[in-house]
Write a protein that binds this ligand. Sequence first.
Ligand SMILES: Nc1ncnc2c1ncn2[C@@H]1O[C@H](COP(=O)(O)OP(=O)(O)OP(=O)(O)O)[C@@H](O)[C@H]1O
Ligand SMILES: [Mg+2]
Length: 301
Amino acid sequence: MPEQTIPESTSVQDAPISDSEVLLTVDHVTLRFGGVVALNDVDFEIRTGEILGLIGPNGAGKTTCFNAMTGVYKPTSGSITFDGTQIAGSKPHQITALGIARTFQNIRLFPEMSALENVMVGCDARNKTSVLGALFRMYRIWGLPEEDLPRNPVRRALAKVIGVSRHEVEERRSRRKSWELLRFVGIADRADELSRNLPYGYQRRLEIARALATDPKLLCLDEPAAGFNPAEKEDLMGLIRRIRDRGLTVLLIEHDMRLVMGVTDRIVVLEFGSKIAEGAPAVVARDPKVIAAYLGEPDAA
Ligand SMILES: Nc1ncnc2c1ncn2[C@@H]1O[C@H](COP(=O)(O)OP(=O)(O)OP(=O)(O)O)[C@@H](O)[C@H]1O
Ligand SMILES: [Mg+2]
C-alpha cells in the first residue's frame, strides 16, 4: 500500500506580499552582557517583502540584535514577535523552523564539505526523515513524479513497483534544490569543491545559499559584502534584490553606505545599543544624529 506522498517543500514564492504587513517586531528589547548594555530598549518592525538596513558604528549592537532574533541570546527584557509567534528565548532550530535564516559576520561553513553538501545541510532543516528511518530506509513511497525517481532505467522501473524510501526522495529533492540555489547565487561552477578551498567571495555567497536552503521568510545578512571589491559589491546588491524578488524579506547589516543606500527600502540606525534613527535611506542619511554617529567612521565617507 502506498504509505503517503510528501509534498514539495513549501516555497516562500507563494507567500502573498503586502508592504504594510509586519513580519517581525522587536519590542522594547534590552540585552545586557554583565555591565555592557548591547541593546537598550530597542524597537523596530520589519515589514513583509522589504529590504531593511540595520546600520551603526562598530559595537552599536547590530550583530547582537541578529543573535537575539535567531535564538543565540535571550533578551534581558522585551519581546520579539515573528509571524505572530513570540520568539525571544526560543532555540535557534525552532526559529529556523519558523522561517528566519541568517549568515554570519565571520563566515561559518563546514570546511571539509563540498559547496553542494553545505547547502544540502541547510535543506535538512526542512527534511522529515528520522535517523532510524534513514538507516533502515523505511517509509517507502509510491506515486511520485518522474523527477523524484532514480535516473537509472532499471532502478526507475523497480522503484515504480517497490516504491522509493522517503530518505532517498528527500535527498534527491535536496540535491536538486541545492543545485538551483548554487546557480541562483552564482557559484554552481564550483559545487563539488571543498568549501575551505573556495575563494572568499564564493564562501560568502555559499553562506547565503545555505541560509536560503532552509526556506526562510526572513533572511538576515550580517555584513555580506565585508572584504568585497566594488564590482563584487555591485553583484551582491543585485543578488539581494533577486532574493527579495523570490518573495523573501531581507534584513541587512552593512557598513558600506553606498550599498546600504542603494539596496534598502528603509534603514534602522543603532548607536551604543540604542536606536537613534529610522526611515527612508535618503532621510536617514541627512539625519544629524546619524551623521554625528558616523563621524570618524571611514566606511561612511
Ligand atoms: N558575547 C558577548 N559578551 C560580552 N559582550 C558582548 C558579547 N557580544 C557582544 N558584546 C558587546 O556588545 C556590544 C555590541 O556588539 P555587537 O557585536 O552587537 O556590535 P556590532 O554593531 O555588530 O559591531 P560591528 O560593526 O563591529 O560588528 C559591544 O560592546 C560588544 O563588545
Ligand atoms: Mg557585528
